[in-house]
Design a protein around this ligand. Structure first.
Ligand SMILES: *[C@@H]1O[C@H](CO)[C@@H](O)[C@H](O)[C@H]1NC(C)=O
Ligand SMILES: *[C@@H]1O[C@H](CO)[C@@H](O)[C@H](O)[C@H]1NC(C)=O
Ligand SMILES: *[C@@H]1O[C@H](CO)[C@@H](O)[C@H](O)[C@H]1NC(C)=O
Ligand SMILES: *[C@@H]1O[C@H](CO)[C@@H](O)[C@H](O)[C@H]1NC(C)=O
Ligand SMILES: *[C@@H]1O[C@H](CO)[C@@H](O)[C@H](O)[C@H]1NC(C)=O
Ligand SMILES: *[C@@H]1O[C@H](CO)[C@@H](O)[C@H](O)[C@H]1NC(C)=O
Length: 413
């Protein structure tokens, strides 16, 4: 009676093939992600807007996102806002209000249910906006016009839709609107560095536990002292930290401080810079050559931080307000000075009998699953495909392997 396992193998095959094809599709676009700078460069009437997207590093953030709408204004409309002589930090806030973290093509714009909607923007998403501000009101007006206004603009929709500039369906939509949207909140002067309250900022967006540890341990002072000259903080999310707490509690007070300082870098490093400055990075805990450092590595669109013990992935930005930038990471960074290195993955030979090395689980196993708020599920789906294992399914695994390598060859074409 070999029929049952055969049938289940066939069923698994049938189920996993479309799944793997989907996986292929989701892997493929990383190779030719959109580039807002290039899109706008084809339209010289947006050259000022384009210039400031780059100058404020917003272009990089836009390129990283998969589902996004950019509300562009022409050079005349940009000149009107430049006449206000805003600082570059404030201008960044204003422009980030023009980046919607959702896809609005022309069609969707004219088919808003009930004719009006509030949608969140990058201003809201990067944490620079207080409370619930940072939302845009889009309303279908009479005569087929569509009005746009910042929610904190007292109901005033001061801009209207002009035309579609470029649309890559469900990835990026670039729409022209008539004016820069007025927003008292976004146009407010950005605080001077000494006014930035690191723990208050960290407490937002899933980094409260990390903020509490920094305060309680006394590490906060070092973070504060480095703020003015530029500071990058990698905050392990609440979910990542809660799984790590047993290990944390085992550390001495001094080790706790070192561990927390290991999550700070005394330089302002926006994503663009992190990506181009791959390599060894000193931290606030570094007190000598090759001490408490880690390696920054690009992995497709992702940026990974590698200690000898774990590899963490940047999953989002909590705040980017020069001279401070805070990223969320999916794992606590464990320095080799405090934790044993994971069993070397690049040493395939099995450990000889009587090896002094204790058996260690791979670092990923005792870490929590990444809480990926941005819906980036490539890792999870990849994990699921491992679940195909099992005796009668080895044929399926071969097919899976073949499809995956096919995927890879497609991706790298
Ligand atoms: C985007 O396009 C611009 C202009 O073509 C180019 O300078 C820049 O390097 C591109 N960025 C990426 C991430 O490819
Ligand atoms: C549309 O309006 C109706 C009645 O006011 C409301 O019940 C419904 O939730 C609204 N739909 C959306 C998508 O906002
Ligand atoms: C958007 O603004 C218009 C005009 O002020 C208002 O009537 C509408 O209720 C607002 N829509 C939402 C979803 O708040
Ligand atoms: C848009 O993104 C999806 C998923 O990320 C990708 O499959 C698709 O190829 C992209 N579309 C275009 C036209 O680039
Ligand atoms: C920073 O914010 C925290 C609340 O998150 C507050 O307890 C603390 O007093 C603030 N520090 C300063 C210097 O204002
Ligand atoms: C804490 O330290 C003790 C003694 O060194 C060790 O046995 C235990 O496994 C450690 N616990 C964790 C969670 O690391």
């Amino acid at each position: 009676m070999k029929l049952a396992p055969l049938l289940s193998a066939a069923a698994a095959l049938a189920l996993s093939l479309p799944f793997l094809l989907l996986l292929c599709l989701s892997l493929a676009p990383a190779a030719d992600a959109h580039n807002i700078t290039r899109i706008l460069a084809k339209h010289p009437e947006f050259s000022t807007f384009n210039h400031y997207l780059t100058a404020t590093h917003l272009a990089t953030e836009i390129n990283r996102r998969l589902t996004i709408t950019v509300l562009a204004v022409d050079n005349a409309a940009m000149n009107a806002i430049l006449d206000k002589h805003l600082s570059i930090g404030t201008l960044k806030n204003v422009l980030s209000l023009h980046v919607l973290v959702d896809y609005f093509g022309t069609k969707k714009l004219h088919q808003i249910s009930n004719g009006t909607t509030l949608t969140s923007t990058m201003f809201q998403a990067t944490g620079a906006a207080a409370g619930t501000s940072g939302y845009i009101n889009i309303t279908d007006l009479k005569g087929g016009k569509v009005g746009f206004g910042a929610e904190d603009n007292g109901g005033g929709l001061n801009a209207v839709f002009v035309k579609s500039v470029d649309e890559i369906p469900y990835n990026i939509s670039v729409l022209q609107i008539s004016q820069v949207m007025t927003s008292p909140e976004a146009e407010a002067p950005t605080p001077s560095p000494t006014d930035l309250n690191i723990t208050a900022i960290l407490s937002k967006q899933g980094c409260k536990s990390f903020a509490d540890l920094i305060s309680a341990s006394g590490a906060l002072k070092t973070f504060d002292d480095n703020l003015e000259g530029g500071l990058t903080v990698f905050c392990a999310t609440d979910a990542a930290l809660s799984a790590f707490m047993p290990k944390y509690k085992n550390l001495t007070a001094a080790q706790k401080v070192s561990l927390l300082l290991y999550h700070g870098v005394p330089v302002y490093q926006p994503l663009q810079m992190l990506k181009s400055n791959n390599g060894v990075m000193n931290t606030l805990a570094t007190d000598g050559a090759s001490k408490y450092d880690f390696t920054v590595q690009n992995d497709g669109e992702d940026v990974k931080l590698e200690t000898k013990v774990v590899t963490a992935t940047i999953t989002g930005t909590v705040i980017d307000q020069d001279p401070l930038i805070v990223y969320k990471i999916d794992k606590v960074l464990q320095p080799r000075e405090l934790f044993k290195a994971a069993a070397a993955a690049d040493a395939p030979a099995p450990a000889p009998k009587g090896s002094k090395k204790k058996k260690e689980s791979p670092s990923a196993a005792d870490e929590p699953a990444a809480d990926s708020p941005e819906g980036d599920s490539a890792d999870q789906t990849a994990d699921n495909s491992n679940g195909v294992g099992g005796g009668p399914l080895s044929g399926v695994r071969m097919v899976v392997g073949a499809v995956l390598s096919l995927c890879l060859s497609v991706v790298f074409l």
